[in-house]
Design a protein around this ligand. Structure first.
Ligand code: HEM
Ligand SMILES: *[C@@H]1O[C@H](CO)[C@@H](O)[C@H](O)[C@H]1NC(C)=O
Length: 506
């Protein structure tokens, strides 16, 4: 007997009403949100691009803690920092789990990396290792010479290929992280490991894109074989898994053989591998901790800085004037200058605020049932901190859409606005473990670029200036839509400074 579409529908409806009848009474109401439909819930309400804006607009109607359901999956959106702290920080023993995304975390396998790993012993072990490596401002000081060297190389890359800015950004982030994680120095051109990291990072974003894969909402589909019509996701998953494993294994094995022959350059991996009696489990943790570093650290806020400078020449001039008066023109900035450059500090904060790299953070998950703020939060709920909205809340930031570093400076009658680094790196036990490094390297990149480059609008064929749009691409990790700008040395002296560093020879 054939099972028809109608049978399935009736069966599903039956189960739905039965579940409703049998369900124990909720101890408190679910947070308010758009009404939704039976069975599918809020599927039709969910935005697919710029979700943070839709979520923020819901707040006007439903408040700052919003609840929706997608095919039965509860999703809680937090639109203010106060709620994010009260829930994800104060109740972090409940809210530090990560979701199981059938495509991204299970089939591809990203649950091995810290960002997606389940809350538990493995999570704690890896966090502890990374905290030791880069958990405080004072321990990241040891990376300053590395960052100064690699940022200098970055300037030279941009000087030589100003239209390959995003490539230079990624290459530099990769070089910094791979030095720290594996003592590996990538080749200037077509380095295979940097290539694999970049590819895996892209595939991560694609594979965890909400709504992109049916298998995420119907986990049973994971058992559909790859040859089955419509099961293209299986082939994709296998391919993406291969990239992920290569990203973790290849650099690890290189270090391992160098440790064995006593020729390893000191790094996070070599330091741990040199320990006696390292268990297989511990070694696996070291391998994935290192992999977590460069997949987490490959994305930066720097492209947004170039967009801001292209659009706001007056801010650029003010920042350059500060650098010129404090440092002069015959050397590059170093970390020793940081405390004497308050406007650059404000500019850095504004870069973190204006176009956040992770506009919705990474989702947390409720480990058990909870009552929060009078609302029932069922176990397994996804908790989405709307970081974009926290950084553009008009109650916290005046004229939140405009790019204005002055908001962070104290003047007569104006108190500095809230430090965006309190929100942009996430919350609780899952807060970004790379935040000190990200802060230090973004600062140096910004200060160095301003010291030697003029960033201006590009012109079209008829000589008119091109004004780039301020638009973010979709994805868990979000960057500005690619735009054109001119990047030129400020002077002959600047040119000389930029080119006074050598690349790694091939
Ligand atoms: C502009 C720079 C960066 C920003 C804005 C940023 C932001 C974030 C955010 C919002 C989260 C999620 C936190 C949460 O779940 O509440 C996160 C997690 C993470 N970040 Fe970063 N990050 C940056 C740079 C870095 C760097 C440089 C590294 C490594 C060197 C790194 C490694 C990680 C890792 C491993 C996680 C996962 C932590 C966990 O799940 O326990 N990030 N980051
Ligand atoms: C790592 O960075 C340090 C500091 O700049 C440098 O001396 C060292 O050669 C680098 N190591 C590798 C393998 O790139």
């Amino acid at each position: 007997m054939a099972i028809t579409y109608l049978d399935v529908t009736f069966a599903a409806l039956g189960i739905y009403f039965l579940k409703r009848l049998l369900a124990p009474r909720q101890p408190a109401p679910f947070p308010p949100g758009p009404k939704g439909l039976p069975l599918v819930g809020n599927v039709a309400d969910m935005p697919t691009v710029h979700e943070w804006k839709t979520f923020a607009s819901w707040a006007e109607q439903y408040g700052d803690v919003i609840g929706v359901k997608i095919l039965g999956q509860p999703l809680i959106i937090l639109n203010t920092a106060e709620h994010a702290f009260a829930m994800l920080d104060k109740k972090s023993s409940i809210y530090s789990e990560r979701p199981t995304l059938m495509m991204g975390t299970v089939l591809v396998g990203w649950e091995k990396t810290l960002a997606m790993t389940k809350y538990g012993d493995r999570f704690r072990e890896i966090r502890k290792m990374l905290f030791g490596l880069m958990g405080t401002k004072s321990v990241v000081k040891k990376f300053e010479p590395l960052e100064e060297l690699e940022t200098h190389r970055f300037l030279r890359r941009v000087y030589e290929n100003p239209d390959k800015l995003t490539t230079a950004i990624r290459q530099t982030a990769g070089a910094i992280i791979l030095n720290i994680s594996h003592g590996y120095e990538p080749k200037e051109k077509d380095d295979p490991i940097v290539g694999t990291v970049d590819l895996a990072t892209e595939q991560f974003s694609e594979s965890t894109q909400p709504g992109a894969f049916l298998v995420d909402v119907m986990p049973i589909l994971r058992y559909v074989p790859a040859w089955f019509p419509g099961a293209g996701f299986q082939k994709k998953a296998a391919l993406w898994r291969k990239t992920l494993l290569e990203m973790a294994n290849i650099p690890h094995e290189i270090v391992k053989s160098k440790v064995a022959s006593g020729t390893a350059i000191p790094s996070f991996t070599s330091t741990h591998l040199e320990k006696k009696d390292l268990s297989a489990q511990e070694e696996d943790n070291v391998k994935w901790a290192a992999a977590s570093l460069y997949s987490g650290g490959a994305d930066t806020a720097i492209y947004g800085f170039y967009l801001a400078m292209t659009l706001h020449p007056e801010v650029q001039k003010k920042a350059q004037a500060e650098i010129d008066s404090v440092i002069g023109n015959d050397r590059l900035p170093t970390y020793a200058d940081r405390a004497s450059l308050p406007y650059i500090e404000a500019l850095l904060k504004e870069v973190f605020r204006w176009l956040p790299v992770a506009p919705l953070g990474l989702p947390h998950v409720a480990y058990e049932d909870d009552i929060y703020n009078g609302y029932y939060i069922p176990k397994g709920s996804l908790i989405i901190p709307n970081i974009w909205q926290m950084l553009h809340n008009p109650a916290t930031y005046s004229s939140p859409l405009s790019f204005n570093p002055d908001r962070f400076l104290e003047t007569d009658g104006h108190a500095p606005e809230r430090d965006p680094r309190d929100f942009c790196f996430g919350f609780g036990r899952r807060v970004c473990p790379g935040l000190n490094l990200a802060d230090a390297s973004t600062w140096l990149s910004i200060a160095s670029a301003l010291a030697v480059f003029d960033i201006t609008k590009a012109k079209d064929e008829s000589g008119r200036e091109i004004v780039p749009e301020t638009e973010m691409l979709p994805g868990t990790i979000s960057h500005p839509r690619p735009f054109k700008c001119n990047i030129k040395p400020r002077s002959a002296k600047a040119e000389e400074l930029i080119t006074s560093v050598d690349f790694v020879s091939a």
